[in-house]
Design a protein around this ligand. Sequence first.
Ligand SMILES: [Zn+2]
Length: 234
Amino acid sequence: MFAAKPPVAHPARALPLSGTVIGIDPGHNGRNWSAPSFINHLVWNGRALEPCDTTGTATNAGYSEAQFNWNVASYLTADLKADGAKVVLTRHNNTSVGPCINTRSRIIDRAHANVAIDIHADGGPVSGRGFAILEPVTDPINARVVGASDRFARVLRSSFASGTGMPVSNYDGVNGLQPRNDLAGLNLTTVPKVLIECGNMRNPTDAAMLVTASFQRKAAAAMAAAIIKFLHRR
Ligand SMILES: [Zn+2]
């Protein structure tokens, strides 16, 4: 006779991200503008000194990037938890200052996340449209995760383009991918990680999409789908 299939020990194991840790870094913070001396102090980004953070950009109507990043991160957190993941966030509201970019990277490194995403929107040229995914360039700290980060970048590009309707950038990177060696979040990472600029807040067409809850939910869903796809192909 055939051996019976062993019973499922925990029904939760059926969730696609059960047992995983996912890092989410919502760029900037809602009150960074109020603490210039803290935000401008220099920190080591793995290759050079650079300011702790910036205020981020905004649409012409004044909708802040920090708010956009926080909203998408909140939707993504809910999606990932529903899929069984443990989520590690680098900040917990949009009404504070910091933390600095090097601290954000360390929070995710120390959590030993299986994969992580830095969420941003760009302040590009007014005629520039679309999203770009920034990925790490090998340095001593991130060397072991550059290949996996590139694989995640490609999965995310496909998921984000089809899930949100945002085109790939026509001014940043090549087909939506841009290696960068000047960002703490990528230089200091010891887990597979990319930074996504979800669109250009200075472009009227992109901005009209970015400020809607509908787009923000779709962006989060596209990120969650990419994370599941990436982790299930390891
Ligand atoms: Zn940003």
